[in-house]
Ligand binder design. Structure first.
Ligand SMILES: Cc1ncc(COP(=O)(O)O)c(C=O)c1O
Length: 376
């Protein structure tokens, strides 16, 4: 086996449907189709879809609906994909192949490890730069980043709002990161899949429009609560980049499914999108209150910084507690699945997802409390 495994995804796929409580999910509780296909007219339109192949880069309607959310772009800048996972795959593959003389990817850590993992599996070198926790605030190590980006760097890959910390990179940090990349002839790939799941009013800043060296990946899986549609996208900085990425996507999944393309177009329409975002923000705000209280009640064993977005908290365990061992005990002894810090390149932490229904979240947290008694 020459590929490094994507440990986070493998652990989730192995266990998420077998445990009694799954707190490894990072999005909000998924919606049902009828929650937004809510008139007879829409329901009939859905039933009337002919299940042929869809347009390979997404229908024009879908790409227009996506580009509406990225001012300054057009449908031609968008490549629709099967989930954010394919968006990340295509982008990484394209960057690796089109920049043979630049074999380094500067990768924010902790992170959702997909882009770094693909880069490594394609024979590239991954250079980490840190999102550091200092005085209860996560901040990017900009000096470290400056030192890491060189003429060998193909791209800087960030995730904002961040998985697993929920940190939103500030507009000024984004501008600095983009400028560092630009100065070195590199791209920035910004995975913005949690944008729209902010706890406070206002949207997290995006790299959209900051320069012609930025690519954005995203999907409906997290902030929209629609992971089962498997509908994601890449926002390309130029029409040439979009044309090239489209060529790569011909080799992967050919096209998004026809039904998902239609449902996604509806979900992204202004009125429906606003309703979905309202639902998501309510869930993260209300459930964070539960989570925060739970964290406070175990302050001698763990601590957690409030996420600014996303239904996840990256919790620091007391130094003597092994996060992987704790996760496995939780799984085996209490039938609760969380994600260990090891899966984000940061041992000593646990990522707990709190986007489920309160009636589910609370007893699951109670089971973690039971195990924590052993460490008191
Ligand atoms: C940051 C990030 N990007 C991409 C993905 C993959 O998303 P999708 O389910 O849309 O493929 C995930 C899934 O957890 C994620 O956390």
């Amino acid at each position: 086996m020459i590929l490094d495994r994507f440990e986070l995804e493998r652990m989730q796929s192995e266990w998420e449907h077998r445990v009694e409580y799954n707190l490894s999910e990072s999005g909000v509780k998924p919606m049902h189709i009828r929650d937004f296909v809510d008139t007879e007219k829409l329901q009939n339109q859905l039933l009337d879809i002919e299940l042929g192949y869809s347009q390979t880069n997404g229908t024009l309607d879908l790409r227009e609906a996506i580009s509406y959310h990225y001012p300054g772009t057009t449908a031609e800048h968008i490549i629709a994909t099967n989930g954010g996972a394919e968006a990340n795959f295509l982008t990484t593959w394209w960057l690796r192949k089109e920049n043979p003389d630049r074999d380094e990817l500067v990768f924010m850590i902790p992170n959702y490890m997909q882009i770094g993992g693909i880069w490594k599996n394609l024979g590239g070198k991954v250079i980490p730069f840190k999102l550091e926790l200092k005085n209860d605030v996560w901040n990017p190590d900009i000096d470290g980043l400056k030192a890491s980006v060189t003429s060998k760097t193909a791209a800087i890959a960030i995730c904002t709002p961040s998985n697993p910390t929920g940190k939103i990179l500030s507009e000024s940090d984004l501008r600095t990161i983009v400028a560092i990349a630009k100065k070195n002839g590199a791209y920035v790939v910004s995975d913005e899949i949690y944008r729209g799941a902010e706890l406070q009013e206002g949207k997290a800043p995006s790299v959209n429009g900051l320069a012609d060296n930025v690519l954005i990946t995203s999907s409906l899986s997290k902030a929209y609560g629609l992971p089962g549609l498997r509908l994601g996208w890449v926002v390309c900085p130029t029409l040439q980049a979009a044309t090239e990425l489209w060529t790569y996507s011909d080799y992967t999944t050919i096209c998004p499914t026809k039904a998902s393309d239609w449902l996604a177009t509806l979900a992204l329409s202004q009125e429906v999108q606003a309703k979905i975002e309202k639902r998501t923000r309510k869930v993260v705000r209300e459930n964070w209150a539960i989570m925060e209280q739970w964290i406070d009640s175990h302050s001698s064993l763990l601590s957690g910084v409030a996420p600014e977005a996303a239904a996840i908290c990256f919790i620091k365990l007391r130094d003597d507690i092994d996060s992987l061992d704790f996760t496995m005990r939780l799984l085996k002894e209490k039938s609760v699945l969380v994600s260990p810090g090891e899966h984000f390149d940061m041992p000593g932490f646990l990522r707990i997802g709190f986007g489920s229904e309160k009636e589910y979240l609370m007893p699951a947290l109670e089971r973690i409390s039971e195990l924590l008694k052993d460490y008191q």
